[in-house]
Ligand binder design. Structure first.
Ligand SMILES: Nc1ncnc2c1ncn2[C@@H]1O[C@H](COP(=O)(O)OP(=O)(O)O)[C@@H](O)[C@H]1O
Ligand SMILES: Cc1ncc(COP(=O)(O)O)c(N)n1
Ligand SMILES: [Mg+2]
Length: 511
């Protein structure tokens, strides 16, 4: 299609949200149609507006009813969105009448967009007719020639080609070539329903080259809406500015991943279930066994590991963590400044299993990548590490983020950045950090008074002085964080237990 008003995706210097407009039917079961398009676009990170062409009463068994939206009201919706909202790509689904197809073509000539993706929806996976044969000639003559890509499944390709038999990959290639002659820039013939095919094979043809796109066939009943989601994902990637081949590849991989992720889910009693587009959100929240939100009282006895100390005493990081938890540690931070990334990740995973078993949160010092990779409960960052606000964006809203702070200004910034707690110190001199300025009990108190976040005190704290620290008695001082006093000792468990008793005796904070 033409470029809109002199601006292309690449030369538009404003920060613009990629925008897909879907012109499709509503599926009450929300597996396909408008609802699938919204979910697919959300999952692919683009904005999606919606022009509804029909309402369907539909579930996992089939389509029980359909009611078309009046043509002039489709026109009105199109105009509302296209005249105002800087649409990049229009994606079409169910277009149930000749009048609606003509209305769409006319409106698109009046409001050109960067690209048009046409999913020529005719029959649902359940076999119900969504747009009858009467629309075929208008599709061929008006809509397909405007399209940057069309994405028919086998039945739709066959219908557009007067009932041509499509049973093999070679048939799909022939169909793609014939459909390309009707005018679309690209044709993607989808082989989800190819009989006897182990792989899910799609054929993309751009008039010059054929691309055979294969992915393993996922064994699942939850394939309702794959076609709509694929077309929307293609539209989303094109709206971001990607070329068509990349857009199709990414979209296909997205559908495959989502199918695989949702192969076991059970929604409805019928043969064709919906799948779950929003897997990325789930993989952080649902698979995470630590479901409680951050509890500041977890800061009570905060054990911070140190690889050099473990080496000195000949124990593994996992042994050290186990012993600290057995002694009563209420939160663990892995601070492995010297470890190789691969080893660190393996140890972190092993520690996490132990922590989960005991309901103790596990944080990773500095390494946000390791925290994400092992699905730890959060991170602790210093003033020169990744800013807490960036860590928050990467980790999502549920993970715990702590920040080391020496001053009220840093404490304020940590709060602004969306941290959950601050670590304040060094309270006393310590040999775990070189050239570390100590803030003393007064500095600790000043920061605690200023901080809107709960505080854990750190630096040179052990059995002998923990009580003095807690006795500054500011309500948001929730506990002490300890390295040497636990891990630079022969028996980690005994030392942790002793410290636990001292803290309980100080009668401040809670367990
Ligand atoms: N079981 C499956 N495993 C993996 N990919 C699939 C599966 N079923 C369909 N696909 C893919 O999903 C997309 C939609 O294809 P298809 O189901 O043929 O379209 P429609 O939903 O329009 O009938 C295609 O990329 C196809 O290869
Ligand atoms: C409103 C509407 N639009 C499109 C489809 C096709 O989706 P699928 O081919 O996955 O059943 C559908 N079933 N309902
Ligand atoms: Mg389809």
């Amino acid at each position: 299609m033409q470029e809109k008003g002199g601006s292309t995706l690449s030369d538009d210097s404003r920060t613009k949200t990629p925008h897909v407009l879907t012109v499709a039917g509503s599926d009450s079961g929300a597996g396909a149609g408008i609802q699938a398009d919204l979910k697919a676009c959300a999952a692919r990170g683009v904005y999606c507006s919606t022009v509804i062409t029909a309402l369907t009463a539909q579930n996992t068994i089939g389509v029980q009813g359909a009611s078309n939206v009046p043509e002039d009201f489709v026109a009105q919706q199109l105009k509302s969105v296209l005249s105002d909202m800087q649409v990049d790509v229009v994606k079409t689904g169910m277009l149930p009448s000749v009048g609606i197809v003509k209305t769409l073509c006319r409106t698109l000539r009046e409001y050109p967009v960067h690209a048009l993706v046409v999913d020529p929806v005719m029959v649902s996976t359940s076999g119900d007719v969504l747009a009858g044969p009467s629309i075929l000639s208008t599709f061929r003559e008006e809509l397909l020639p405007m399209a940057d890509i069309i994405t028919p499944n086998l039945k739709e390709a066959s219908a557009l080609l007067n009932g041509m038999q499509l049973e093999t990959v070679d048939d799909m290639r022939s169909a793609a070539r014939l459909l390309h002659n009707m005018g679309p820039k690209n044709v993607l013939v989808k082989g989800g329903d190819l009989p006897d095919s182990l792989d899910a094979v799609d054929i993309l043809y751009n008039g010059h080259n054929f691309y055979e796109l294969r992915s393993p066939r996922i064994r699942t009943r939850n394939t309702h809406g794959t076609g709509c989601s694929l077309a929307s994902s293609i539209a989303a990637e094109v709206a971001k500015g990607y070329p068509m081949l990349s857009a199709v590849k990414v979209a296909k991989r997205f559908v495959e991943t989502a199918l695989d992720y949702s192969k076991e889910i059970v929604i409805g009693n019928g043969p064709q279930g919906p799948f779950d587009h929003l897997l990325r959100l789930k993989s952080h929240s649902q698979d995470c066994h630590r479901q409680q939100p951050f509890d500041p009282s977890d800061l009570f006895l905060y054990a911070v590991t140190d690889s050099r100390m473990n080496k000195r005493w000949g124990r593994s990081i996992v042994d050290a963590v186990k012993a600290a938890i057995d002694g009563g540690a209420t939160i663990i931070q892995l601070r492995e400044k010297d470890a190789e990334t691969k080893d660190f990740l393996e140890s972190a995973k092993a520690c996490l299993r132990i922590c989960r078993l005991h309901g103790v949160p596990l944080l990773i010092n500095d390494r946000v990548d390791v925290a994400i990779a092992c699905d730890a409960d959060g991170v602790h960052v210093g003033q020169s590490d990744m800013p807490a606000c960036v860590a928050r964006t990467l980790l999502g809203p549920e993970k715990i983020i702590g920040v080391s702070c020496k001053t009220p200004e840093q404490a304020e910034q940590a709060w602004v950045d969306g941290a959950d707690y601050i670590g304040c110190g060094g309270v006393y001199p310590t040999n775990t950090k070189e050239n570390n300025i100590t803030v003393g009990l007064n500095g600790l108190k000043t920061v605690c008074m200023a901080s809107k976040l709960p505080v854990v005190a750190i630096g040179g704290i052990g059995v002998s002085n923990a009580r003095a620290v807690m006795e500054i008695r500011t309500p948001n001082l929730k506990g002490v964080a300890v390295v040497s006093a636990l891990f630079d000792r022969e028996c980690v468990q005994t030392e942790t237990r002793k410290l636990h008793e001292v803290l309980l005796g100080s009668n401040i904070g809670s367990t």
